[in-house]
Design a protein around this ligand. Structure first.
Ligand SMILES: Nc1nc2c(ncn2[C@@H]2O[C@H](COP(=O)(O)OP(=O)(O)OP(=O)(O)O)[C@@H](O)[C@H]2O)c(=O)[nH]1
Ligand SMILES: [Mg+2]
Length: 246
């Protein structure tokens, strides 16, 4: 990354302005590598703790407002009698989302990142300290709404689940490919709004598969409930896989 303007110095990237990249640039890249290496070490520690508790850990990522908390609220309300959940909520400010989750009766902790644009493994490691992990089937981590930075930060999760709502436009997988490459599953949310929008569902799915041929896709609306069963089946299958691995 260029320390003057923050743009990528990747030779393949567009870089049209007129300034020199000197040794300061390589120092910046070094710091970035160290930061990610430290995060990866802490994520590995988290993963060991999660494996000991035999729980499924999902990292929900998306742009702000795609419906992550809404999907969680409905999921927890529908499944909490069958599945033991715990939830970590990541936002820059406020405890709004944690308050919404707490209303479902599921254990929740809010992490405020301040100026930070993503959760990291250190925050998550401390965030779960108060949870009874062995008594938990699924830990849901709602990341800060941001379709860029959370893609680079491993939290020790089993899977990233990217939520894309139909109001955002079908081209987002092409514009923000890193996030869709990092995700195992894409939830296309707010499909109840499709009749009112120009959103090409098939094109969106094709774009997502173009950047990640293995990505699984579920279309749903947590308002109408359409498609939620497929998501719940995916969660049950995930828990089953974890139990088989143990
Ligand atoms: N029509 C419709 N609206 C939805 C649906 N899901 C969420 N919304 C609305 O979308 C808005 C944002 O929902 P949130 O659940 O707060 O989104 P979020 O991704 O958690 O937002 P941040 O945490 O701020 O990134 C709210 O007004 C929801 O009511 C849906 O399935 N259909
Ligand atoms: Mg939210």
């Amino acid at each position: 990354m260029c320390i003057d303007c923050g743009c990528s110095t990747d030779p393949g990237s567009l870089h049209h302005h007129d300034h020199k990249h000197d040794e300061k640039t390589s120092r910046t890249i070094r710091v970035e590598e160290d930061l990610l290496a430290k995060n990866n070490r802490l994520a590995a520690n988290n993963r060991i703790r999660f494996a000991a508790g035999q729980l499924l850990v999902l990292n929900l990522v998306s742009s702000p407002g795609s419906g992550k908390t809404s999907v969680l609220e409905r999921t927890l309300s529908d499944l909490k009698d069958k599945i033991d959940f715990a939830v970590l909520e990541g936002d820059q400010q406020t405890s709004n989302d944690a308050d919404r989750i707490a209303a479902t009766g599921v254990p929740v902790k809010q992490i405020n990142t301040g100026t930070g644009c993503h959760l990291d493994a250190h925050m998550v490691g401390h965030g779960v300290d108060d949870f009874d992990l062995p008594a938990t089937d699924i830990l849901m981590i709602e990341n800060v709404g941001n379709l860029v930075c959370p893609a680079s930060f491993d939290l020790g999760e089993d899977h990233k689940v990217v939520v894309l709502s139909v109001t955002e436009g079908e081209d987002k997988p092409l514009k923000y490919p890193q996030m869709f490459q990092a995700a195992e599953l894409m939830l296309i949310n707010k499909i109840d709004l499709l009749p009112y929008l120009r959103f090409d569902l098939q094109q969106c799915k094709a774009f997502a598969r173009q950047v990640n041929p293995r990505i699984e896709i579920i279309e749903l609306s947590c308002h109408s409930g359409e498609g939620m069963t497929a998501w719940y089946d995916w969660l049950h299958a995930g828990i089953e896989r974890k139990r088989m691995q143990a």
